[in-house]
Write a new protein. Sequence first.
Length: 212
Amino acid sequence: MSVPEPAPGPHGSAFSGRVGWGDRPAVLVVDLCRAYTDPGGPLALPAPGPAVDAASALVAAARDGGHPVVWTAVRYTRGLADGGLFVRKVPALAAFAEDAPGEWGELTLEPDPGEPVVVKQYASAFFGTALGPMLLGLGVDTVVVAGVSTSGCVRATAMDALNSGFRPQVVRQACADRSAALHESNLADLDAKYADVVDLPEALGHLGTAHP
């Protein structure tokens, strides 16, 4: 059986494929919490508002279309025993320990009852969690990724979505990072090799299709 030619992409012949959309998308909101979105937070972003608004629009569209919404949050035990080398590399992650002051790990947007919140200790939402089997159990084939940060947990999650057999769609306007340059450079690399980077209207259009 012949292998179909990849659809043209924006990165030249070596990086020209698109994974496309399947039939059963889910919105995955990655680590969108007060530590990033509140002024003075330990990981505060310079301008998180547009990404929060776009993520909120994706969540609303998924709910209206009958598609799953899944959230992730970082949590560590007191003393950071489950943080491994990651918390050494990024000391600000100590804000997510169960005995840390400030409640910085609280999600910026409110999950609806029954929407799973996947607790993780590392960048990828798939690493060491039940996210993959959960999505398979829900019949999901496409993961619509929003959240923070583009160069960190969003990137790692999108890559592992691809590695796990899901179609990652990273929504440009629904992610944010420490600078516009980091955001754009990582989106470009994700779009070249690991995911489809899409604009908000495209994602909303797909999520507006009711679950079959």
